[in-house]
Design a protein around this ligand. Structure first.
Ligand code: GLA
Length: 380
């Protein structure tokens, strides 16, 4: 009897040790877990932790669909965060930079918040003087979404749903939106968007993470290498509204068709760079809209991390964190320094509702808005 007890104890201690070692070596088990993250307007905010079989971990909250943290391996297998973020919910609640969030109902700018559909005029909230930006005063980034978790084919998956009411921020129609975040076995964060409406409206959703592949200690993205599969961009006026022209990147600082460092031409004497205070422009993605295709490849030499971006959409806003100025403090007491991260926002072209020659962002009853964006990570 005594022998059996001693054996059981040794067996228990041994199993616990093996489990503890496995958890340390490989992180937590693949799957999806949840934990309370705060409270918004009396409702609980939940953080979901998605872990894949390679130990890549994404933390996403149901407020704004925000990617709070995304840890990927460097060339030596060390995991570190590749997105900027805050320590806790109050940081996201007070954030004005769309940190890690979904932008919508219309991501990017609409001139003076005005547009018409079928001859009917609409006036949206203007929150980026004089224009409408990223859905208005209270866009999709500042809303609580309904969550459902799943693990199809063993891939951790989080589904977020939001019903944007007719008239919200000035938009016509009830828009029912679903976003599905999946962490795949290829170390991809895949975001699938779907929306339907009961009146003709606009729909243009994007993801606004601030990427720095150098990890949490990295303070600049100027030495990141970037390649864009885009040979045109949309120049802007002094309020960041496209002039309507599709300008060839060839011969300009906007030429990333061959990989170059982000900092190489960022201070060049160029009128468009002056207007954007750096890069803050929409690039025209080559290839067929509606098919998932490569948009960009970003790499960081010290860690070897690589991020490939794919989308079914037509444009990508390349923003070099020009408005980050060190006055806001993020995770671990680190200020968000000027140009310490980039955003790559797959989207319809800015102000497309006022440009008949730009691909349309109008969604009508009976139609389905569908879009997929993939962020794929590796190390070299
Ligand atoms: C987008 C815009 C930028 C800026 C950021 C948020 O990327 O293009 O001008 O507004 O969002 O700060």
């Amino acid at each position: 009897m005594k022998k059996v007890t001693i054996f059981n104890t040794i067996h228990f201690v041994f199993t616990a040790l093996v489990l503890a070692m496995a958890t340390t070596a490989f992180g937590s088990e693949p799957g999806i877990t949840s934990a309370p993250y705060g409270e918004f307007e009396g409702q609980p905010v939940t953080r979901f932790t998605l872990t894949n079989e390679h130990g890549m971990v994404a933390e996403i909250i149901d407020y704004g669909g925000i990617v709070v943290s995304l840890k990927t391996p460097d060339r030596d297998g060390n995991m570190d965060d590749v997105v900027l973020g805050y320590d806790d919910f109050s940081g996201y609640e007070n954030d004005k930079s769309y940190m890690g969030a979904v932008a919508g109902r219309y991501a990017n700018r609409i001139a003076k918040g005005k547009f018409s559909i079928d001859g009917q005029r609409f006036q949206l909230a203007t929150n980026n003087s004089p224009n409408h930006l990223h859905g208005g005063v209270r866009g999709f980034d500042k809303r609580l979404w309904k969550s459902t978790v799943a693990t199809p084919n063993e891939h951790p998956q989080l589904k977020l749903e939001y019903l944007s009411a007719d008239g919200e921020e000035g938009y016509p129609g009830n828009l029912q939106v679903t976003m599905t975040y999946t962490l795949t076995e290829k170390n991809e964060l895949k975001i699938e968007y779907r929306a339907t409406t009961d009146k003709p409206t606009l729909c243009n959703l994007t993801h606004h993470s601030y990427w720095n592949l150098g990890g949490s200690a990295s303070k600049s993205i100027l030495d990141h290498q970037l390649q864009f599969y885009c040979d045109k961009f949309t120049p802007v006026d002094e309020t960041s509204i496209p002039t309507g022209e599709l300008q060839a990147v060839k011969g300009t600082p906007f030429d990333f068709t061959a990989a170059k460092s982000i900092g190489q031409h960022i201070e060049a004497d160029d009128p468009q760079l002056k207007l954007g205070r750096g890069y803050d422009h929409n690039f025209v993605i080559t290839g067929e809209a509606g098919t998932l295709r490569a948009v960009a490849r970003v790499s960081e030499e010290k860690t070897g991390r690589v991020m490939e971006l794919l989308t079914t959409d037509v444009g990508v806003q390349f923003y070099t964190g020009n408005f980050l100025d060190g006055t806001v403090t993020g995770r671990n007491g680190q200020p968000f320094a000027h140009r310490s991260a980039i955003c790559l926002e797959c989207q319809r072209f800015p102000d497309s509702p006022n440009r008949a020659d730009f691909p349309s962002a109008v969604l009508r009853p009976g139609e389905v808005y569908e879009k997929t964006t993939v962020y794929r990570f590796s190390a070299q």
